[in-house]
Design a protein around this ligand. Structure first.
Ligand code: SF4
Length: 395
């Protein structure tokens, strides 16, 4: 099931560029009165799309998943969640540099994305008064050079593949000059939003071939959310990364109305495995302000994920369902009639590393902080108001 995107459509996307759409009035498939309501949402949480991606929407279906992903909804204005739901501020060591786990540093090197996913957990970066991102990564690279334990650098933001080729290649070159950096990861949704980003850019292809070496690879952490994003140009785009020596994997959140369906997820996992970009993580949506309409409870999420894995190929079954909590990355291992079983896959503090935890089953819980621990089973209780502190733990 591959979405066709014809030669003619592809030619509409001139040279290296897709035509961006920032004004909802340009989307005439949305009735004018609805557009007026949505403009209020876009004033708070900015809207950005492009003609290629908008062309994937089936406007005859009001619940179309691609539409849900990119077009604002009034419910985003509900008072719910926090802008920085997993307290990234607490792990920011200098502007645009996050260091949570010893071997991994994140460089937030761009504050723009190819389009804006409505469920984004970093939507605060796109707000006018935010200054968490820096285009000059010199300080970040110096920090990494001074921390020999850092082996793994993730370029993120925003989307690093939306930077100019010159800037991106410069960052890759400078990171490769740091001997202890082994893995460079590009966290990007550009393969979904603009499949031609790499295929039309020979200079970037050359740089990837140069800096993704047999001993030190570059990884693409692609972000496809729905099988319909895997169009023919998108598949060619992934093929181009692979031919440049980049290892491709996919990670995405579970999003209500987009991929909260085992059939949809299984289909996407099949297709991703076939094209050489197998699923890596499925994330539980963070309780981010504006994201209430996109949330799926943990228990339902686990059921969808495990059913999708049962139908998937062996490679798809390597995927993990996890929560990126302020205290660490927590895998949702299993759910039964009474309990939810979790384990820290990565943890910020040594005492939580690898910890296995059992909480009472709660159909309405969206996040670790909503869960009640089973006594005596090493499960810390996290307070909603100060979700970044362990309040109580038996160990
Ligand atoms: S691509 Fe990632 S960072 Fe950009 S809007 Fe989507 S979820 Fe947010």
């Amino acid at each position: 099931m591959i979405q066709r995107y014809s030669e003619v459509d592809a030619r509409k996307q001139t040279a290296n560029r897709v035509a961006y759409v920032r004004n909802l009035d340009k989307i005439t498939s949305i009735p004018p009165d609805e557009r007026e309501k949505l403009k209020k949402v876009a004033q708070k949480y900015v809207f950005r799309a492009n003609e290629y991606y908008l062309d994937l929407i089936d406007w005859n279906n009001p619940d179309d998943p691609i539409k849900q992903l990119i077009i604002p909804r009034e419910e985003e204005l509900n008072d719910w969640g926090e802008l920085d739901a997993s307290n990234e501020q607490a792990i920011t060591v200098s502007r645009g540099v996050q260091h949570k786990y010893p071997d991994t540093v994140l460089l937030l090197c761009n504050e723009v994305c190819g389009a804006y996913c409505r469920y984004c957990f970093r939507k605060r970066l796109f707000m006018d008064d935010n200054d968490e991102v820096t285009l000059d990564v010199s300080e970040g690279i110096e920090y990494i050079a001074n921390h020999p334990e850092v082996r793994n650098v993730l370029l993120t933001g925003g989307d690093p593949l939306l930077m100019s080729t010159r800037r991106l290649v410069d960052i890759l070159r400078r990171l490769r000059e740091v001997p202890h950096v082994e893995i460079i990861r590009l966290g990007s949704k550009m393969p979904a939003f603009n499949p031609w980003r790499l295929t039309h850019d020979e200079e970037l292809q050359k740089a990837l071939r140069r800096y993704s070496t047999p001993k030190k690879r570059i990884y693409l952490m692609a972000h496809f959310d729905h099988p319909r994003e895997l169009t023919e140009p998108a598949i060619e785009g992934i093929d181009c990364f692979i031919k440049c020596g980049v290892i491709c994997v996919n990670q995405c959140p579970l999003v209500k109305g987009v991929n909260d369906d085992a059939d949809v997820l299984a289909q996407m996992y099949h297709n991703l495995s076939y094209i050489g970009c197998p699923p890596y993580y499925l994330f539980q949506g963070r309780p981010t302000a504006g994201n209430e309409p996109y949330q799926v409870p943990i228990v339902r999420g686990y059921e969808i994920f495990s059913e999708a894995l049962r139908r998937g190929s062996g490679l798809a079954r390597r995927a993990r369902f996890a929560m990126s909590h302020a205290t660490g990355k927590i895998e949702i291992l299993a759910v039964d009639e009474k309990h939810i079983y979790l384990r820290y896959h990565r943890a910020k503090t040594p005492e939580l590393r690898g910890r296995f935890m059992v909480y009472h089953r709660d159909e309405q819980a969206y996040w670790l902080d909503d869960l009640v621990p089973v006594e005596g089973l090493a499960a810390p209780k996290f307070e909603k108001e100060s979700c970044f502190d362990v309040i109580d733990g038996p160990e």
